[in-house]
Design a protein around this ligand. Sequence first.
Ligand SMILES: Nc1ncnc2c1ncn2[C@@H]1O[C@H](COP(=O)(O)OP(=O)(O)OP(=O)(O)O)[C@@H](O)[C@H]1O
Ligand SMILES: O=c1ccn([C@@H]2O[C@H](COP(=O)(O)O)[C@@H](O)[C@H]2O)c(=O)[nH]1
Length: 241
Amino acid sequence: MTAPTSPAYKRILLKLSGEALMGDDAYGINRGTIMRMADEILDVVRLEVELAIVIGGGNIFRGIAPGAQGMDRATADYMGMMATIMNALALQDALKHRGLDARVQSALNIEQVVEPYIRPKALRYLEEGKVVIFAAGTGNPFFTTDTAAALRGAEVGAELVLKATRVDGVYSADPNKDPNATRYSRISFDEAINRRLEIMDATAFALCRDQKLPIKVFSINKPGALARVIMGADEGTLVHV
Ligand SMILES: Nc1ncnc2c1ncn2[C@@H]1O[C@H](COP(=O)(O)OP(=O)(O)OP(=O)(O)O)[C@@H](O)[C@H]1O
Ligand SMILES: O=c1ccn([C@@H]2O[C@H](COP(=O)(O)O)[C@@H](O)[C@H]2O)c(=O)[nH]1
């Protein structure tokens, strides 16, 4: 079988794990790692694929983390959302160093720093070939950036949500905890929800299922994997209706 020569998708939503930005560091943003991710993104933009990105914040702050213990949950979650704004700015800067035009839009108003989320404007940027980075998740506490990825993916009419993370797909159990966990090459939304697979939260799965928006989970640490997924190669795990 010959490999496809053109991308399998025209517009995608990439969910980039905040924790993946740490590289081998204990927290924060590892410069080498974020520049490598920018290179992977550049390869995709060169394929003329329209790219929207939702970035996580787990490398800086998570509302349910031990550091947030004893805090009011909503307050901790707002801190988590602000962490995603920092990651979004760092990613925009990294992309700029690679010559890419990227715009950050935030679900929380912080106008001196980033523009607010305005859907028609985001759509125009995508049509112009600019990368759009959606920051601050959904703008609401008690949600996650995975749910923001499902939401923004549906809003901009993405054909696929790509969850770029530190594992290479969806496993029968958390592979970092269970050495006997096995990887699925495909799994339905209902099965993923019913088996309570914690790779993504159930709200994100349910939203994508209802909108018939497939998800591909793959490892961002595998060089070239992002471009391979976009070319339609058999990489990671497909979560489907
Ligand atoms: N069934 C499963 N299959 C694969 N990974 C799983 C599963 N259950 C839990 N995990 C864990 O989920 C993690 C991937 O989630 P990731 O860290 O990308 O989440 P996130 O909360 O979206 O990221 P961040 O908050 O850093 O942006 C893996 O590192 C893995 O340890
Ligand atoms: O819509 C959202 C998105 C995120 N949060 C908070 O931010 C952190 C970081 O997001 P991750 O998805 O874990 O990377 C999250 O733990 C929440 O505390 C939110 O409240 N609402």
